[in-house]
Design a protein around this ligand. Structure first.
Ligand code: UD1
Ligand code: CA
Length: 471
């Protein structure tokens, strides 16, 4: 194997993506939660490319903002293609960044809408171009019904040219060897062949594919064959959905190889940016893991739960149909079934959030529990505290959000309401049904109930009055 050598990558990402019918730039549409463009750039970043030039145009502000936010990398440069006059024109725009470079250097041109190219394939393209020919390109076999550019070979099987589907004759449309839109070429050859590209085609655009014929007239081209699943182009929502399926299989396979149990992989969706997921984690059917989520060893996430951008420690148990978003769950925390753990929540070790409990911006200390029907918002709760069923932190007065602070070893009886801001000191005891409006000192009992009256022998009469009496 040859040692990888530096090269420049150009990523074409300026097109309007008309077939998407969308206000969002095509390359920003996500597959497994990650925009198409990021799939390509992440692959390039694992190669020996020294500079990545992204050609932007349509919706360029959003694309540039995305690149800055995700990478903030001075080696990723953008070039503006004001009018999208075709892939050939886009590459020509990028050449303005390469004036200082030597002609024998290698440039790899990749499409921002061909997301699943592997870094090894880019390296292979580049080394083949450097060592064997002046241009190499990726091909794939696909059904003649697909609309990719076709490779036309001569009678000794050398690549002669590429013809776009829309410009092809009926005979050319029968060709099943397709152009994947990923190339490596010597810079000097690229500079010579990219000038004066014709616009005499059905789309009236300058095609990068037209340089193939020019290169072929001077020297041989080499090809690397890949599968359609690796080289799927995403041009419309149907292909986007196909891409999602490809990504799901790829990602799920990866995690299974890492020792994660996926009980029914076809129903489990894990975003591309999720990780790490430790060995012996198990995910039941219908589980969706999104964003930058990490999961510790032996954690089990049960049926239908959605976890987004959260940090789950070891031996956590999420029971069915729970939603955990932007939260941190420490070792052995238990959540659900039917819990909603919202942003900025921190459930410490051995905590328990039960069914129909919503928690937001709350810290629940080690060993504390809220097992049934509660809302805990803007609360700071100590360790070993028990929150009874039906407890509500009344954190919002219509204008501001206020805090409820509860100490260690507190017992909160069922049906308690905390009118925040309010502080319950450690070891306090709040009796069921209390509306807590004042701070409760350490080791005290707070009880605030209307005194009960029993009116004897009136129940039957009352029921009759309300026609509830049994016939
Ligand atoms: C292109 C190839 C086709 C190949 C297919 C593989 C050409 C002419 N055709 O077709 O042979 O089979 O990819 O997926 O190259 N772009 C720009 N500026 C432009 C036009 C496009 O940056 O002016 C970008 C797009 O944003 C996109 C990429 O180039 O990321 C490819 O353009 P697209 O219009 O999708 O080309 P295809 O018709 O798919
Ligand atoms: Ca395309």
């Amino acid at each position: 194997m040859t040692t990888p050598q530096p090269f420049t990558a150009i990523v074409l990402a300026a097109g309007a993506g008309k077939r998407m019918n969308s206000d969002t730039a095509k390359v920003l549409h996500p597959v497994a939660g990650k925009p198409l463009l990021a799939w390509v750039i992440d692959a390039i970043k694992q190669t020996s490319a020294t500079t990545i030039i992204v050609v932007v145009g349509h919706d360029q502000d959003a694309v540039c903002t995305f690149l800055n936010d995700r990478y903030d990398d001075p080696n990723i440069k953008t070039v503006y293609q004001k009018e999208q006059r075709g892939t050939g024109h886009a590459v020509r725009m990028a050449l303005s960044c390469l004036e200082q470079q030597e002609d024998q250097e290698i440039v790899s041109v990749l499409s921002g809408d061909v997301p699943f190219i592997a870094s090894s394939q880019i390296d292979q393209l580049v080394s083949q171009c450097r060592d064997v020919t002046s241009m190499s390109l990726v091909t794939m076999k696909a059904d003649a019904k697909t609309c990719y550019g076709r490779l036309v070979r001569n009678n000794v099987n050398d690549v002669e040219r590429i013809v776009e589907y829309v410009d092809a004759t009926d005979t050319e449309r029968q060709i099943t060897e397709m152009n994947a839109g990923c190339y490596a070429i010597q810079l000097g050859v690229l500079k010579k062949t990219i000038q004066d590209l014709s616009k005499e085609n059905v789309q009236g655009e300058e095609y990068i594919t037209d340089i193939v014929q020019r290169v072929a007239q001077q020297s041989k081209l080499s090809t690397i064959e890949a599968s359609l699943t690796e080289m799927q182009g995403i041009n419309d929502h149907i292909e986007l959905a196909q891409g999602e399926m490809i990504a799901q299989q790829k990602i799920n396979r990866f995690w299974m190889e890492q020792g994660v149990t996926l009980l029914s992989p076809h129903s489990i969706w894990i975003d591309a940016d999720v990780g790490p997921i430790a060995p012996d984690v198990s995910l039941a059917s219908g589980v969706v893991i999104r964003g930058k989520t990490s999961i510790g060893a032996r954690t089990h996430i049960d049926v239908g739960s959605v976890i987004e951008s959260s940090e789950l420690g070891e031996d956590v148990h999420v029971f069915p149909y729970s939603v955990v978003i932007h939260a941190r769950l420490d070792k052995r925390a238990q959540v659900g079934p039917f819990s909603h753990v919202r942003s900025q929540t921190h459930l410490h070790e051995d905590t328990c959030i039960g069914n129909f409990v919503e928690v937001k911006k709350t810290s629940l200390g080690t060993g504390s529990k809220a097992k049934h029907l509660a809302y805990l918002g803007d609360a700071d709760i100590g360790s070993r505290t028990n929150i009874g069923a039906g407890t509500i932190t009344c954190n919002y007065n219509g204008t501001t959000k206020e805090k409820t602070i509860i100490g260690d070893d507190v017992f909160i009886g069922s049906g308690t309401q905390f009118i925040a801001p309010v502080t319950i000191a450690s070891e306090a005891y709040v009796a069921s049904g209390t509306t807590v409006t004042e701070d409760v000192p350490k080791n005290s009992l707070a009880i605030g109930r209307i005194k009960q009256q029993n009116k004897l022998n009136v129940a039957a009469r009352l029921k009759q009055k309300h026609r509830f009496v049994k016939k």
